[in-house]
Write a protein that binds this ligand. Structure first.
Ligand SMILES: C[S@@+](CC[C@H](N)C(=O)[O-])C[C@H]1O[C@@H](n2cnc3c(N)ncnc32)[C@H](O)[C@@H]1O
Length: 285
C-alpha cells in the first residue's frame, strides 16, 4: 500500500511543482477536493512523507479512482495526537463509563501514546494498538520498551504486568478483529472519508455494550448510542465523542452520513494557485 501511495504521490507532487502541469493538477484534483484535508494534499507539501525523487509515472497515467483513493490515504496518514494533559483529561472524563476489565484498542495507534497512557491509566485492561505504517509502529515499540525499562528500575513485577497487557500491532485496522474489544479509541480527525466504513465495521464486530470514542467526527450509525459529547476545550482542542454499542437487534442499516466538506470550487482553486506561488517563491523563482 505504501509503495503505491508513494508512486502516485510523486506524480501528484510533480504536477503541483511544474508550472506546465499545474492546470492538469487543478483539473484532476478539483472534482475530488472534498477528500483533501485543507487545500493542498499534506503528503506533497514540504513536511510530507514523500521522498525527493522523480515519479515513474505522470499524473495523466493515474486513474481517477486511484487518485481519489490516494487522497483518502493521504488524509488518513496525517499524524496528530492529544497532548498528555488532553489524554489525562480524556481518561478522567470517561472513567464513569469504563469497565474495570476488558480490552482497550486504539485503531490507528501511531507512536503509541494512547496505548501506553491507557496501559498506565487502566490497570485492569489489556491495551492494543493497531498501526498501518511500520515505521510509526516501530517507534511505538521503542517508546514501550523505554517505558518498561523505566518501570523495571522502579518495580520489576509491576513493569512485567504492564508488559503482559500491551500489544502494538502493525496492521490495517480494517483487517483487525475487534470482536473482543470493550473500548475502541479512534483519533479520527483526518478520517472523514472513512467514518461510515469504520462505523459499519465496528457495528458488525463489537459486542453489545462496547464503548467507542471518536474525535472531531461523530459516528452516525443506529448500532451506536451517544453516551457523552465533550465539547472543546473541556477535554481537548476538538470534540470528543463517547458511544456505546446497542444490542445487536438495533443494528439496522445506517443512513449514509457524509462528513465531507466540499469547499467552493473557485475558493479552492484560488487557494491552490496561492500555494503554487508560495512554492515558487520558496525556490526564489
Ligand atoms: C491521527 S494519528 C493518531 C495516533 C494515535 N491514535 C494517537 O492518538 O496518539 C492516526 C494514525 O492512524 C494511522 N492509520 C491510518 N489508516 C490506518 C489503517 N487503515 N489502519 C491502521 N492505522 C491507520 C495513521 O498512520 C496514523 O498514525
Amino acid at each position: 500500500m505504501l509503495a503505491r501511495y508513494v508512486e502516485i504521490g510523486l506524480a501528484v507532487r510533480e504536477a503541483f511543482r511544474k508550472p506546465e502541469l499545474r492546470d492538469a493538477f487543478i483539473g484532476r484534483l478539483k472534482p475530488h477536493r472534498r477528500l483533501i484535508a485543507g487545500c493542498v494534499p499534506a503528503g506533497i507539501q514540504q513536511h510530507g512523507m514523500l521522498p525527493e525523487r522523480a515519479p515513474a509515472h505522470g499524473l495523466a497515467e493515474i486513474s481517477d479512482a486511484d487518485l481519489a483513493q490516494w487522497l483518502v490515504d493521504d488524509g488518513r496518514l496525517i499524524y496528530g495526537e492529544f497532548t498528555q494533559q488532553e489524554l489525562d483529561n480524556y481518561f478522567e472524563a470517561i472513567a464513569p463509563w469504563l469497565p474495570l476489565h476488558g480490552h482497550f484498542i486504539d485503531l490507528g495507534s501511531g507512536l503509541g501514546k494512547v496505548v501506553l497512557s491507557a496501559a498506565l491509566a487502566l490497570p485492569g485492561m489489556r491495551c492494543t494498538g493497531v498501526e498501518l505504517l511500520g515505521y510509526r509502529n516501530d517507534m511505538a515499540q521503542v517508546r514501550l520498551a523505554q517505558m518498561l525499562a523505566a518501570g523495571v528500575a522502579d518495580d520489576p513485577a509491576a513493569a512485567a504486568r504492564v508488559a503482559a497487557r500491551v500489544r502494538l500491532l502493525h496492521q490495517d485496522m480494517f483487517a483487525t478483529d475487534v470482536s473482543d474489544a470493550s473500548m475502541v479509541y479512534i483519533y479520527s480527525t483526518c478520517f472523514a472519508p472513512m467514518m461510515d466504513r469504520l462505523a459499519e465495521k465496528l457495528a458488525s464486530e463489537l459486542p453489545e455494550g462496547a464503548l467507542v470514542t471518536t474525535v472531531t467526527f461523530p459516528m452516525q450509525h443506529p448500532a451506536f448510542e451517544l453516551v457523552k459529547q465533550f465539547a472543546p476545550p473541556s477535554v481537548a482542542w476538538t470534540t470528543v465523542f463517547l458511544y456505546r454499542r446497542r444490542s445487536a437487534l438495533d443494528a439496522a442499516a445506517p443512513p449514509a452520513a457524509s462528513f465531507l466538506y466540499e469547499q467552493d470550487s473557485a475558493a479552492w482553486e484560488y487557494a491552490v494557485r496561492a500555494a503554487f506561488a508560495a512554492y515558487d517563491s520558496s525556490l526564489g523563482t
